[in-house]
Ligand binder design. Sequence first.
Ligand SMILES: [Fe+2]
Length: 527
Amino acid sequence: MGDPQWYDLFHRRGTRRDFLRVGGAAAGLLALASVPGCRADARLRSIGSYPFKLGVASGDPEPELIALWTRLDPEALETVGVHEKPVAINYELARDNNFKQIVRTGSAIASPEFGHSISIEVGGLHPGHEYFYRMIVGGEVSPVGRTKTAPAPENTPDRIRFAFASCQDYEDGYFTALQYLAQEDLDFIIHLGDYIYEYAEHDRDTVRHHTGPEIQTLQEYRNRHTQYRSDLNLQAAHAATSWIVTLDDHEVDNNWADESPEDDQSPEQFLLRRTAAFQAYFEFMPLRQASMPSGPNIQLHRRLRFGNLMEMSILDTRQYRSSQPCLGGISPSCATHISPDQSILGRSQREWLFRGLTRSEARWNVLAQQVMVARLRGSDAEGQETWSMDKWDGYPLERSALINRMADAETPNPVVLTGDIHSNWVTDLKRDFDDPSSETVATEFVCTSLSSDGDGQDMTAGGERLLRSNPHLKFYNGQRGYVTASVTPDLWTSEFKVVPVVTEIGGSLEARAKFVIEDGHPGAERA
Ligand SMILES: [Fe+2]
């Protein structure tokens, strides 16, 4: 390895003011003792029980930097009386999974204010390299995680291979799809939201159970994340490669929008709830410091680059959106629906996104986001046109602005990745959805849920109806699973992989469909 051009960031330390960054060639190991206000008094020589019950994770790969995550088990800390103290965690990063070639070691402080979770930014790494990491506390060693840095900015990698997935309701099904996802050879995994569900335990027959009422407080959100993260298939998928995450509604509350909850709560009550939900989300995800919440706000829209092959804008279509128009849900249009004030992105995120789409020179330009962009025209019992107001269909003018921007700026090969609706779709994004002969500007791949809604069906009556009334739709499937993407300079390949049975342990994985996009030819074709 070359000179130690790297920096460490000590994470989860309460306030932005405490945040330290040491960068540049001169930066060496940032010793704990040198961190102001950092009481390294809990360097444990031993610990009462295994502290890494929730595993390890890594996230947001950059060419020279990766975020490494873990969270210590509160009971393990309590047995040695340090559950209310900051605790030092050592980490090791190596080129091999036997840790014979260790290239980085360091320490980070896990503080009780953040539930003894850490996300350490380790920099100065080599672009496009595979690494292995582990954490050590009180003589106990964590499971080993594998991760990979992004390619160098000026390089065109031969291929990037990743997967995208969403929606893992713990009650509805086993995380078998995540077990298979962990066995794929991937550069990274994108999780598009509904990582947890906020619901109370359901009365209906479910394969597993939430505990308690609908979650509201920080402790309740932490407990729910802990329950989900205790699943070994989810842990395996995190350990297998780095994750790029964004949240959707159920990390907070069903169909929330900005300050508006689904439930009977005032905006003030809901903002307190949002604060709790965002903090828990940040504590459990391998996010960068830049995403640390400040009160009821979290910064999740961000951009990652993979050489000059791919640029990815990760969006947040919940936190800044106008409330769902008209009657919400699936309803006919009304005046608010077509008001220019309706926004799903909010002004600042929209300007940031449009600037990125205008100037990008990457071969493929990805939007990783939550709800379906393509138009899905439905009809009610009286035959009146209806729209799903929680999706981009509730914000049609902003959708047109987005698609027009990509077309007018000639953004190279735009591809939208979407979750949310628990079904697989491939669609063209048209300049004018009313005119099937109008220009296809981009392609949208919608991934199904990992477990939400339990065992599905390949085709449903609703799927058939929507395919009939929306000619830009090219594929539908209503089973559980995930989508892999293999991206080369000439070709994008999306493969839909399904797990037909998730309500029993041990369901099989099936390759359901494959679609390709050729460079310079928007619109996916069946392969
Ligand atoms: Fe969902």
